[in-house]
Design a protein around this ligand. Structure first.
Ligand code: PMP
Length: 406
């Protein structure tokens, strides 16, 4: 009998695909695509202060003068002109690297993915702040890593806790392989890893034969323009340093980069090539043209001011509207604020009611791989207007008061 073309069969997914966790954040984002909703969920930059006319002119000029290059395949590690700019950008945070060591990628997400591909075997233990970036957790779990969250405080990840958890993993016969850290304006916690801890943590990794993934998309977004010393310069032999143009400029060009330890640079370029052949040349030329003009630093200053004003509006309103027992931190830059609510409120359940009332946040559970985070939530203040931030925070306060029956 002829088979119906409707008939389905079960696709034998790879172990890797099965290990990947669907991101909770995506579910919330999908539900929150309603017109008029005030989103505290997106980690998307505010683009309103970009010089769009100038960028349009650059795009036109690039196509007119170098269209045959811009629309052609390119070098798998990126165009030299952009790699040179990236070296200058990284120098602002103390990273010195030769342009030949920079691998340009489709955002730092891809950079993280190729680094994980290059280094993680199924069952390897990867340590990460608890909580940590949901998209990063997805990369790690999809490479079948076991993620172990390391307790953090206001100064970031706690070194003695890292040591304890490494010992525990070893005692259980596991391989501690990588520490994944977001040292600046952490996503989602907002805190900075203190300079002393950066050094301590690097030594702990080296002593234990572990690699260090330093993910730094927010380092230039301190409200006062202050930067912290990167970890990579002290530990270049074990560190993968990830950078991105997504938060300091715009995510639409999909441009990020990675500096790998010298010993595996070439393999990493091969892996990047397998994944994407090369990053988009047209996009790289636009990015390079933007960075050719030193005015990009003034634009970044404008953004710092905008984000600071939004942050202040948020914390000011939270202080007025939040019920007793709720706490939040006061980051000095970046996009996020971390809120703790009293036990008994489940932020994962409450988010659907929040969406009904016109706001959305990300429940804390999205940032842990171990089921923690039900009494926590992340508020992003980067995208909504100040007016919406005040209005949205008031809705959140009211919702929490009702949930607590206050
Ligand atoms: N790392 C962190 C900590 C992030 O917050 C993000 C984006 N939210 C990324 C990496 C990925 O950024 P992109 O791929 O746009 O560079």
């Amino acid at each position: 009998m002829q088979q119906s073309c409707q008939e389905t069969f079960e696709i034998a997914l790879s172990d890797r695909a099965k290990a990947g966790r669907p991101s909770e954040v995506r579910k919330v984002f999908r539900a929150a695509q309603r017109p008029g909703i005030i989103s505290f969920a997106n980690g998307a930059p505010f683009l309103g202060a970009l010089p769009f006319d100038k960028l349009a002119e650059e795009a036109r000029r690039i196509l007119a003068e170098q269209g045959g290059v811009a629309l052609q395949y390119g070098a798998s590690d990126g165009i030299p002109r952009l790699r040179k700019h990236i070296v200058d950008v990284m120098a602002l945070e103390g990273v010195t690297a030769h342009p030949d060591r920079v691998i340009v990628t489709a955002g730092s997400q891809q950079a993280l993915n190729i680094a994980a591909h290059a280094t993680i075997n199924p069952g390897d233990v990867v340590f990460a702040e608890g909580p940590s970036y949901a998209g990063g957790m997805s990369v790690l779990t999809s490479h079948e890593a076991e993620v172990v969250h390391v307790p953090s405080d206001g100064d970031g990840l706690i070194p003695s806790e890292l040591e304890r958890l490494i010992d525990e993993a070893r005692a259980a016969g596991k391989t501690p392989k990588v520490l994944y850290t977001i040292p600046n304006f952490q996503n989602p916690g907002g805190m900075n890893l203190s300079p002393e801890r950066r050094i301590k943590i690097g030594h702990i990794c080296r002593k234990n034969g572990m690699l260090l993934f330093e993910d730094n998309p927010y380092g230039l977004l301190g409200f006062d323009g202050q930067t912290m010393p990167a970890i990579q310069p002290e530990f270049p032999d074990i560190t993968f340093y990830f950078g991105s143009f997504s938060k300091m400029f715009a995510p639409g060009l999909r441009l990020g980069w990675v500096i790998a330890p010298d010993s595996i640079h070439d393999q990493l370029v091969n892996i990047a090539e397998t994944a994407a052949l090369n990053p988009a040349v047209f996009n790289q030329l636009i990015m390079a043209a933007y960075l050719d003009d030193a005015a990009w630093k003034d634009t970044l200053d404008v953004y710092r001011g905008i984000y600071k004003a939004k942050f202040e509006a948020l914390v000011e309103t939270l202080a007025e509207v939040m019920p007793p027992g709720c706490t939040w931190n006061r980051p000095t830059g970046g996009f996020y604020l971390w809120v703790k609510v009293p036990d008994g409120i489940d932020t994962e359940e409450l988010v659907w009611e929040a969406i009904e009332r016109g706001i959305v946040y990300v429940p804390g559970t999205a940032f842990y791989t171990n089921g923690a985070g039900h009494s926590e939530l992340r508020l992003s203040f980067c995208l909504p207007s100040i007016q919406d931030i005040r209005k949205g925070a008031a809705i959140l306060g009211e919702l929490l008061r009702e949930a607590l029956a206050i």
